[in-house]
Write a protein that binds this ligand. Sequence first.
Ligand code: URA
Length: 235
Amino acid sequence: MERLDKILCDSGLGTRSQVKAILKAGRVTVDGAVERDNGRKVDLAQQRVCCNGEPVGGLRRVVLMLNKPAGYVTARTDARDRTVMELLPPQYAAMDVNPVGRLDKDTEGLLLFTNDGDLLHRLISPKKQVPKVYYARHEGTATGEDTAAFAKGLVLRDGTQCLSAVLEPLGPGESLITVCEGKYHQVRRMMASRAMTVTYLERRREGTLALGDLPRGQTRELTEGEILTLEMAGR
Ligand code: URA
């Protein structure tokens, strides 16, 4: 048995207060009878809930892409900093989505969220070497020797061994970096090990997904096709 307002939120119909208004307006029925009580307990296995005549069925799986701006930490809550959760439209926060992996506070770009726990764990598992592409501005200019060192597998300043990665110099102080793992501050530490301090970092791609023209600070839902492709990558 679950509260009616939770069932409606989980289905993506809105926040608790939006759902309350939908109920108040008489748009929700339980087994055909209008129900206005948001605290009504319902058993979805036995009872049929509809909104505007359309069946509402449990937790809707959602995967979101955010173009993260600098200045937000990847956490659900934080005592000091603003969190990426504050950037999500409120109906998604109500659907209990979580970030997939993390970006540093100052890193911008592609960050995924989902309320599908299995998909989340498959995607962040270290066994899954999903390639992630970053654009970096940095001090110094990358050389062929740096590219070769990345390809061989860098050893970071603290002795950590990295997998082979791709460093593509774009011009003075600008590079694209492709990595298949997600160590703490990975790109910044890789560049530092070659004496290049990163001054700006943006994630542009994750597997088959690209940030595209999604404006900074905005979110969009992935299509079913995009989710299927992601699931294949996470297997
Ligand atoms: N590597 C970093 O150093 N920071 C990020 O946010 C992501 C990858």
